[in-house]
Design a binder for this molecule. Structure first.
Ligand SMILES: Nc1nc2c(ncn2[C@@H]2O[C@H](COP(=O)(O)OP(=O)(O)OP(=O)(O)O)[C@@H](O)[C@H]2O)c(=O)[nH]1
Ligand SMILES: [Mg+2]
Length: 709
């Protein structure tokens, strides 16, 4: 079968934002206006458990009114094929944003028109920077009391450092919000009502000032500035094309198509960030947003191909997004539900047909392609083949996990890896009933497989099961989903901080493993140097043995020993981060040396060296934002200091005050209760992992004692 739709008619788009900005509400409108759904369900209508929005369908999402996992849906708009991923805003589920951005070509960043840039907007924006994803901004909730477009644009420019290109200006705000001026088209769109099927009237730009008068002064002032704003838009956009720009400067004329083309060049290259506005809830601006997605965000491959890497992650080449090339695909999400396993996959090049066999290069295993489906609103549609640029789900794949590279059998290669965030908090988990004991480990294993930001450990000595994750909510939801989806009930212990350890000083150490038991003995000697590394450098093993002082075949055993042993440091068994281990010399015996003997020597050498190095304990340091009424700010700051926190910034945000700072996670359990009582319920906070920082020497024992309880 030939290609049905050319690549230029594809858009793979993510919706990202801070919690509650209106991503799911917007997605729901998109599905309605693109004809995928015949009714709109609102997030707050779902708590009865009977209805759900398309993308928030988990019991936990409905109950809490928040998105927990990203969901991919496909739809059509004006002849374009759009794959859309609605992501969660809550920081505990940041893995979902991460993996979505990894496979998307463009993103719509949604803002709450009252709040402007919020902490997770910033985090997600930086993630999109890392993955090089072009984006545009949609200032939603213009109907809310306190909505302030100017404030939002200012925060987009200042806090995100974005070169915001104002393509739309709202017509009024709050209950006066009736539509928007489209500076590109040179016309305003005015809705008759907030009904989902309400039509909009097109008003020529030169009539707008005379026709609209708003009671909020700042809204009204925008109307005076329209001619100037349009001029600015045209100039900034045409600057992308020298000829068009010169022509405009000389004659004052420009071509409308050219203008859009220039905005597209700017947006696709990331030089310009188009800014739109609307109210998804009041059904204003969503169709225009879709038009802008099509007009300004890139099609697959428009920004270049996908990087291929060697086993160490070094880039070895780029694969163009083309059908007539080897298959290159990346699995980015695995869902287990009543239909079985769905493996969501982005295809970068080649064609995959039902019945094909692919290579999972990450795991070195073959995978047969049984069914291929496209997920639409509430159904899945079977398809026979997928091509370069597509996003689809494979049904019932056996071995493929998130982040795995899939290719054809003839041309295996790894694609650039996904980065997974590090879990900072842990809980012990205990099955509720005897019946559940056996089922629990299998169930938790399944949950952890689907969510790479979860880690599962079973202590071999005590048999205790420990689950690590991104935050209290993340772990709570995991346990609750295990109950509702897999029928296994468990109790969670008190959440604990996931500390880390590090080497204090450089240590040179020799360890000799010698054992004589009857017949053959064991003998291995290693001489190693351990040095603390810079944060983020990981565990580096260097083989510096010369002259065959240790036979080649035994060296991997030493490396293996150091790497596995570093998972439990000598202070209290936490993972040891960032160090370099150099194997510089050693001794062996022709008969008594073996891989096992060298492994044992490596393990002991690591342990003793770590102990001797004056090891340091590291704790997760969190970036926090608290927003509350100004009158409570003093108390909140005082409390933050008592929690060993450090304030970096404070100020006002609309009618409220905010404080930014860093606090150790160890001091933050139950913070929500403190904040509620200290601010009479009028304070909110968001907190996310920033870095690992050294625990002050005097506190190590106290913290470890607390943890042991
Ligand atoms: N007034 C107003 N409320 C809105 C608008 N859009 C969304 N909301 C409301 O804001 C709340 C959050 O909306 P969601 O769509 O769940 O937000 P989200 O960004 O998906 O949130 P998370 O997925 O949890 O991060 C809901 O109560 C919506 O009804 C809007 O345009 N105006
Ligand atoms: Mg949502």
């Amino acid at each position: 079968m030939a290609r049905q739709k050319e690549l230029a008619l594809y858009r793979n788009i993510g919706i990202i934002a801070h919690i509650d900005a209106g991503k799911t509400t917007t997605t729901e409108r998109v599905l309605y206006y693109t004809g995928r759904k015949h009714q709109i369900i609102d997030v707050h209508d779902t708590k009865d458990g009977k209805s759900s929005t398309t993308t928030d369908y988990l019991e936990q999402e409905k109950k809490r009114g928040i998105t927990i996992q990203s969901a991919a849906v496909s739809t059509e708009w004006k002849g374009y094929h759009i794959n859309l991923i609605d992501t969660p805003g809550h920081v505990d589920f940041t893995i979902e944003v991460n993996r979505s951005l990894r496979v998307l070509d463009g993103a719509v960043v949604v803002f709450d028109g009252v709040a402007g840039v919020e902490p997770q907007t910033e985090t997600n924006w930086r993630l999109a920077d890392q993955y090089n994803v072009p984006r545009m901004c949609y200032v939603n909730k213009m109907d809310r009391i306190g909505a302030n477009f100017a404030h939002c644009v200012k925060s987009i420019r200042e806090r995100l450092g974005a070169n915001a290109l104002l393509c739309q200006i709202p017509l009024g705000s709050q209950d006066e919000f009736v539509g928007m001026v489209d500076l590109v088209a040179g016309a305003a769109y005015v809705w008759q009502s907030s009904d989902k099927d309400s039509e909009w009237e097109v008003v020529p730009l030169d009539q707008v000032r005379a026709r609209f008068k708003f009671t909020v002064t700042r809204d009204d002032e925008w109307m005076d500035k329209l001619p100037q704003l349009r001029k600015e838009l045209i100039e900034s956009a045409l600057a992308m094309d020298d000829d068009a720009f010169m022509h405009y400067v000389e004659t004052g004329e420009f071509d409308q198509m050219k203008l859009k083309e220039c905005i597209r060049i700017g947006a696709v290259s990331g030089k310009l960030i188009p800014v739109l506005c609307g109210s998804s809830f009041k059904n204003k601006g969503v169709q225009q947003l879709l038009d802008a997605v099509v007009d300004y965000l890139p099609y697959p491959g428009e920004n270049g191909g996908i990087s291929m890497v060697d086993l160490d992650g070094n880039i070895i080449g780029k694969q163009e997004v083309r059908d007539d090339a080897p298959v290159r695909a990346l699995a980015f999400k695995v869902i287990n539900d009543q239909f079985g396993t769905l493996t969501f996959t982005r295809i970068y090049s080649g064609v995959i047909k039902k019945g094909d066999t692919m290579m999972n290069v990450t795991r070195g295993k073959k995978e047969r392609v049984g069914r291929i489906v496209e997920v639409q609103a509430n159904t899945t549609k079977d398809i026979d083949e997928v091509r370069a640029g597509d996003i689809c789900a494979f049904v019932s794949m056996k071995d493929t996990e998130t982040g795995d590279s899939l290719t054809d059998l003839q041309h295996p290669v790894l694609l650039e890896r996904m980065r997974f965030p590090d879990p900072v908090i842990s809980v012990s988990v205990e099955a509720k009933t005897r019946d559940d004991i056996d089922k629990m480990s299998a169930a938790l294993y399944k949950m952890a497989k689907a969510d790479p930001s979860l880690r599962l450990n079973v202590d071999p000595e005590t048999g205790e099961t420990v689950l690590r994750g991104m935050g209290e909510l993340h772990l709570e939801i995991t346990i609750d989903r295990m109950r509702s989806e897999l029928g296994v009930e468990a109790n969670m212990g008190k959440p604990k901080v996931s500390f880390r350890e590090a080497f204090g000083n450089r240590v040179d150490h020799i360890y000799t493993h010698k054992k004589q038991t009857g017949g053959s003995g064991q003998y291995a000697e290693v001489k190693m140097v351990f040095e603390p590394g810079e944060p983020g450098t990981g565990v580096v093993f260097v083989d510096e043995v010369v002259g065959g002082r240790i036979p080649r075949e035994f060296i991997p055993s030493v490396e293996f020993a150091v790497k596995t042993e570093s998972r439990a440091g000598q202070i209290a068994g936490y993972e040891v981060l960032d160090f370099k281990a150099r194997l510089i010399d050693g001794k062996y015996h022709d008969v008594d040396s073996s891989a096992l003997a060298f492994e044992i020597a490596g393990r002991h050498c690591f342990r003793e060296a770590h102990r001797m190095s004056k090891p340091r304990l590291l704790e997760p340091m969190m970036r926090i934002e608290v927003v509350t009424e100004s009158e409570f700010l003093g108390d909140v700051i005082g409390d933050m200091n008592r929690r060993r926190g450090q304030v970096t910034d404070q100020g006002t945000k609309g009618m409220q005050a905010f404080v930014h700072g860093f606090v150790p996670l160890a001091e933050m359990f139950g913070y929500i209760n403190y904040l509620r009582s200290a601010t009479r319920g009028r304070g909110t906070f968001t907190m996310e992992f920033n870095n690992y920082s050294e625990v002050p020497a005097g506190l190590v024992d106290k913290l470890m004692e607390k943890e042991a309880k």
